[in-house]
Structure formats: structure tokens, C-alpha cells
Design a protein around this ligand. Structure first.
Ligand code: LMR
Length: 416
């Protein structure tokens, strides 16, 4: 496209695929339309689900009538919230005597997971100057944008083996082994890899940690689904905790989002944790102080309401137990819908193999549908998913799963 007439040096950039699709779905009047695009939880009626525990916490917050609830926080954010967020991520909840481990972690509040990824990228670009950041191929498209804006050159490591629809562990390891250089950043999805739904197993995580340590790479974890993927906050934090506890000489960081696991999408609740390699509150405080410098120049401080809700829940044993139940509701409904879609495709004898739908983990299925088949699903059936074939399983329900399976069956047979 040609430049527009302005004093600016701008030309159009492609719209964000996920949110463009969401917009197109919203204005589609077709009665049977199905949204499998953006990664948000939906009930079996296709409705958003404000978590019951969040509703309880909101009521309690109103009753508390906290005079300070609309005031500024510190630049690093709500300090008690940050301790709670860190403890959830690294597994310190309710434990005594973790002071040494805690002294290794500098935490700040961010504008949800995107903000945590962005702040982390900017911080490393300023203070570590990595030659390259390695992203999985494929990855969440926004990772490319975030690191491009931070001015760090991007390369990709193989992640997905299309023929077997499985995690390409050998490809990832051999590419990083031969090409990554000391000081490079490796972006890792803590669990529920977006978009493939394929995670390394524990043995593979151990090998990835060893490789990062040996080659002096810097692991950057994106944790957007803790508790949402498996229903267990421990299980979904396993990789982060393994790296942190077993490789204390290796620095690393974590971008933590509360959008999915608390259903607080629009509240923008998140944290960024930088882990140093020694238990020094002096170093930790300098890290936080430099993060605060970036935060102050960009947005002064993270928003308050969402993190008050998370804080309310995680400081009450009763509400925490309720939250764990809500996580079970979400993760098990998604697993049920995976099975339902798989069974329908098998029943229809849809050409191909479909086990990957039940083997993948978390919000998404990387279906293996081609862009042509994806377009046909939208044009003929008003079913919306990403052109990579990524489908947000939560958009499926008992009511629409047969319709979606039949539509997939049609495009598989007729759109090659
Ligand atoms: C997604 O991948 O659909 C979600 O994580 C929403 C987003 O911000 O892209």
C-alpha cells in the first residue's frame, strides 16, 4: 500500500489477526456462528464466565469500603499482591524459611501478560542487550511484535512437527544447540503452549534447562495459563519451578498473567519476575529499581482493581479453595469438549487422524486444518478460527460441537 498523506512516516500495518477475527465474529448475524478465535473461556452456553470466586471477592471488596481503593500504588505496583503472585508462581505459598529464594526474585506489577512480556523484553534490551531472542515456531504472534518493538533481533527454533502433529523436541534442541549463542534469550511457554497446545514433558524440560545452563542462554518464561491448563497450579508451574530451584546459577525471568486463570481478561492483571543468581536483596532491589524506571516512563504503575481481587482471593484459605474449584470447572470443560469434538470426527469417519485434539493441552487445539479449510469454515459455516488452524476449544459447546465437526468433515473432504 502507498504512504498516506501525513507528516508521519507511517504505512498501514496488518491488523492483529486474533482481535480482527473477534470483531468480525461480533458483527456476524448468522445464528449458528461459532467463535474459536480469541483465547477466552466460555460456558457451555457460549457466555463469558465471571468466576464465582471473583464475584465473591468483589462483594467483599465493596463491603471493605477501603478508602484507598482508587489511590495510586507504588511504581512497582501493589506490593502485597506482588508477594502473593510470586509465591503462587514459585511455590512459596504457606511455606516458611524461603527467604533466601525470595531474595533472588525482583517482582513488579504489569499490564497483564502482554505488559509483562513487553516490560521484560524492554528491560533485557536495555540491560542485557541480547544479540537474539529465540521464539518457538510457531508462537503467539504477539511475541514477534513485542520483541520487534524492543528492538531485539528475532529467530525461531522448530517446535511443531506437522507430519506427526507433535512437539519437535529434537528439532528444538538441535537448533538451539548449534545456533544459539551465549547471552541469547530463549522464550519458553510455561505450560499450554500457544498455539500448539503441545508442551515438553518433564524429562524434556530437564534437558532444556541443562541446555540453557550449558550454553549460557537466558530463559524467559511466558506463564499465561497457571492452573487453567491442568486444573493444578503446581503442575502448570512445574517447569518454572524446576528451572528456578535446580539451576540457581542461571538467571531467568517470568511474565505472569492472571487473565485466564482468574477470568480477569479486561482488568489487565500481571507481574514480571526477574530471578537473579544469588540471594542478594541489594541486587534484587537494583533490578526492581531499574524496572520501576521503565514503568514510570511508560505507565507509572499497573492498574489496581484486578490485583485487589486476586489478592483478596489468595489471602483467604476459603476463597483460594473456591478458586481451585473454579479452575477445575474451566479445565475439565475444555477437556470434555476436546473429547466431544474428537468423538464426533471419529463417528463421521472424517479422513485423517484426530487424536492430537485430545492429546493437546490448555486453551487451544492446533487442528492441522489448512488456511483454505479455515477460510471455508468461516465462509460456509460462520466458524471462526485462526488461519494457522488454531482453535480455541472453549468456543465449543454441547450444542455446537456436532455442527462444528460436520463442518470440519466437509472442508476436509472438499477443500484440499
Ligand atoms: C489469544 O492468544 O487468543 C489470547 O492470548 C488473547 C491475546 O491476547 O492474544
Amino acid at each position: 500500500m502507498s504512504k498516506i498523506d501525513t507528516r508521519l512516516n507511517v504505512s498501514p500495518v496488518p491488523p492483529d489477526e486474533i482481535f480482527a477475527l473477534n470483531g468480525a465474529y461480533a458483527v456476524d448475524p448468522h445464528p449458528q456462528k461459532v467463535s474459536l478465535g480469541v483465547g477466552v473461556y466460555r460456558t457451555d452456553d457460549g457466555k463469558p464466565w465471571p468466576l464465582p470466586v471473583v464475584q465473591k471477592a468483589e462483594k467483599e471488596l465493596v463491603v471493605d469500603d477501603d478508602l484507598f481503593r482508587h489511590e495510586y500504588t507504588a511504581i512497582e505496583g501493589d506490593v502485597p499482591f506482588l508477594g502473593i503472585a510470586r509465591d503462587l508462581m514459585f511455590g512459596f505459598e504457606g511455606k516458611q524459611g524461603e527467604e533466601g529464594a525470595k531474595a533472588r526474585i525482583g517482582s513488579v506489577q504489569t499490564v497483564a501478560g502482554t505488559g509483562a512480556n513487553h516490560l521484560g523484553a524492554l528491560f533485557l534490551a536495555h540491560h542485557m542487550k541480547p544479540a537474539t531472542v529465540w521464539l518457538s515456531n510457531p508462537s503467539w504472534a504477539n511475541h514477534q511484535t513485542i520483541w520487534e518493538l524492543a528492538g531485539v533481533p528475532r529467530k525461531t527454533y522448530p517446535y511443531y512437527h506437522a507430519a506427526t502433529r507433535s512437539f519437535d523436541f529434537e528439532g528444538m534442541m538441535s537448533s538451539l544447540e548449534s545456533e544459539a549463542q551465549e547471552g541469547d534469550v530463549v522464550l519458553l511457554h510455561a505450560c499450554a503452549h500457544n498455539p500448539t497446545g503441545l508442551d515438553p514433558n518433564k524429562e524434556q524440560w530437564v534437558a532444556i534447562a541443562d541446555l540453557c545452563e550449558r550454553k549460557k542462554l537466558f530463559p524467559f518464561f511466558d506463564s499465561a495459563y497457571q492452573g487453567f491448563a491442568s486444573g493444578s497450579v503446581e503442575e502448570d508451574a512445574w517447569a518454572v519451578r524446576y528451572f528456578f530451584n535446580n539451576k540457581p546459577d542461571m538467571e531467568m525471568c517470568v511474565a505472569q498473567s492472571f487473565s485466564k486463570n482468574f477470568g480477569l481478561y479486561g482488568q489487565r492483571v500481571g507481574a514480571f519476575h526477574y530471578c537473579t543468581n544469588r540471594a542478594s536483596t541489594t541486587i534484587r532491589d537494583i533490578v526492581v529499581n531499574n524496572l520501576c524506571h521503565l514503568i514510570r516512563g511508560e505507565f507509572s504503575m499497573g492498574p489496581r482493581v484486578g490485583c485487589s481481587i486476586v489478592k483478596k482471593v489468595l489471602t483467604s484459605d476459603e476463597l483460594t479453595a473456591d478458586w481451585h474449584q473454579d479452575l477445575q470447572v474451566m479445565s475439565s470443560r475444555i477437556k470434555t469438549m476436546r473429547k466431544a469434538l474428537y468423538s464426533e470426527l471419529v463417528r463421521l469417519r472424517t479422513p485423517g487422524t484426530w487424536e492430537h485434539i485430545i492429546q493437546q493441552n490448555g486453551m487451544f487445539s492446533y487442528t492441522g486444518l489448512s488456511p483454505k479449510q479455515v477460510y471455508a469454515l468461516k465462509d460456509k459455516y460462520h466458524i471462526y478460527l485462526l488461519k494457522s488452524g488454531r482453535a480455541s476449544i472453549s468456543g465449543l459447546s454441547q450444542k455446537n460441537v456436532a455442527y462444528v465437526a460436520q463442518a470440519i468433515d466437509d472442508v476436509i473432504r472438499n477443500e484440499n
